[in-house]
Design a protein around this ligand. Structure first.
Ligand SMILES: C[S@@+](CC[C@H](N)C(=O)[O-])C[C@H]1O[C@@H](n2cnc3c(N)ncnc32)[C@H](O)[C@@H]1O
Length: 325
């Protein structure tokens, strides 16, 4: 498929990849990301969360045949789809790795390109994962409650809800999901698992819904009442805040002088942490954030793709090369 990136992006929402049935993620704020990063012909680009390759294709289009793209993700199936799509449409040289972005410096060393002109991190979960019921991210799924980006490592969400002490579960829901009924939900989970383990997202969502229904006196919900609990579990299982922390440390070392970096966040904990870390790095003379306020998606984009409604884009420019003065 050789078409311009913008038309490509517009048509991929319900597209399936050719050799498996994985849904393709529709990338958020592509125009704004390209504006912020200003990729030029011949640039070296690093996509830290390549997903199914939507943003990577857009970057590849701009850096052209003399450019180089390194793409990372923790999700093997997403990388497979991204590889297919880039092989078909990208004119630049590219390498993809299954690698957490906290270890981006190692991947960069491995490919022998240690500094980049444009770097993108599009955090969180993609629709290639949410819409695949076997991955256990969506509260409607009757498959195993899993939620790991890398399905070969660490505890699944099922293991967490069936083994974590009640108080710790409540802390996860409160701290990572800002869930107001965290204690009552943790209690209900523990009562239920004493009888039978919780196996699926749908079972967990039903437990949360019952607590919310008791607490909310017949009020209706704008979002499914399990949304925050599911998000908190996903963040916990994938150590997302720890990963972000490590990424923010390593980023300045990957930047060529004058390079640009862009981070798309989807919840307030991430957004706050990026803002704070960049402020500290600005004080050290490493980075300069373009604007104090983040860029938000347009009303049209939110209408077309409601999943981007919580997206915030922050962009910065390197003041040093590789974090060295
Ligand atoms: C919102 S999606 C990115 C979509 C991508 N921009 C696209 O256009 O298809 C987020 C991706 O980040 C990946 N991811 C999340 N945490 C990660 C981490 N710590 N290291 C590497 N990849 C990560 C997820 O597996 C997911 O594929």
């Amino acid at each position: 498929m050789h078409c311009s990136l913008h038309s490509n992006v517009a048509v991929v929402e319900k597209e399936k990849s050719t050799n498996n049935e994985m849904p393709i993620h529709r990338p958020a704020m592509v125009r704004e990301t390209l504006d912020a990063l200003s990729p030029r012909a011949g640039d070296k680009a690093l996509d830290l969360t390549v997903g199914t390759g939507g943003h990577a294709l857009a970057l590849a289009d701009k850096i052209g045949p003399d450019g180089f793209l390194l793409g990372l993700d923790r999700d093997k199936s997403a990388l497979k789809v991204a590889k297919e799509r880039l092989a078909e449409s990208a004119s630049c040289d590219f390498r993809l790795f299954r690698c957490p972005f906290s270890k981006a410096d190692r991947a960069a060393q491995e490919v022998g390109v240690e500094r980049y002109h444009v770097i993108l991190a599009d955090l969180g979960v993609g629709s290639h994962q949410l819409e695949d019921p076997t991955r256990g991210f969506s509260y409607e799924s009757d498959h195993k409650l899993d939620m790991r980006f890398n399905t070969t490592k660490g505890m699944s969400a099922r293991d967490v809800v069936n083994s974590m002490p009640e108080e710790k579960l409540a802390d996860i829901f409160y701290e990572l999901g800002e869930e107001r009924y965290s204690r009552q939900i943790a209690r209900a989970i523990c009562e239920r698992r004493d009888e039978d383990p919780i196996e699926t997202p749908a079972e967990l969502a039903e437990i949360v819904k019952q607590v919310a229904a008791r607490k909310s006196d017949g009020r209706t919900w704008r979002l499914h009442p399990a949304t925050r609990v599911m998000m908190a579990l996903r963040i916990y299982v994938n150590r997302e805040m720890e990963e972000l922390e490590a990424l923010l440390e390593v980023l300045p070392h990957l930047l060529a002088r004058g390079a640009r970096v862009c981070i798309l966040t989807y919840h307030s904990l991430e957004a706050r942490r990026v803002k704070q870390a960049w402020k500290e790095q600005e004080d050290k003379g490493l980075l300069r954030e373009f604007d104090d306020s983040p860029i938000m998606p347009s009303d049209e984009e939110v209408e077309e793709n409601p999943r981007v409604r919580s997206c915030q884009l922050r962009a910065a420019e390197a003041l040093t090369e590789g974090g060295l003065k």
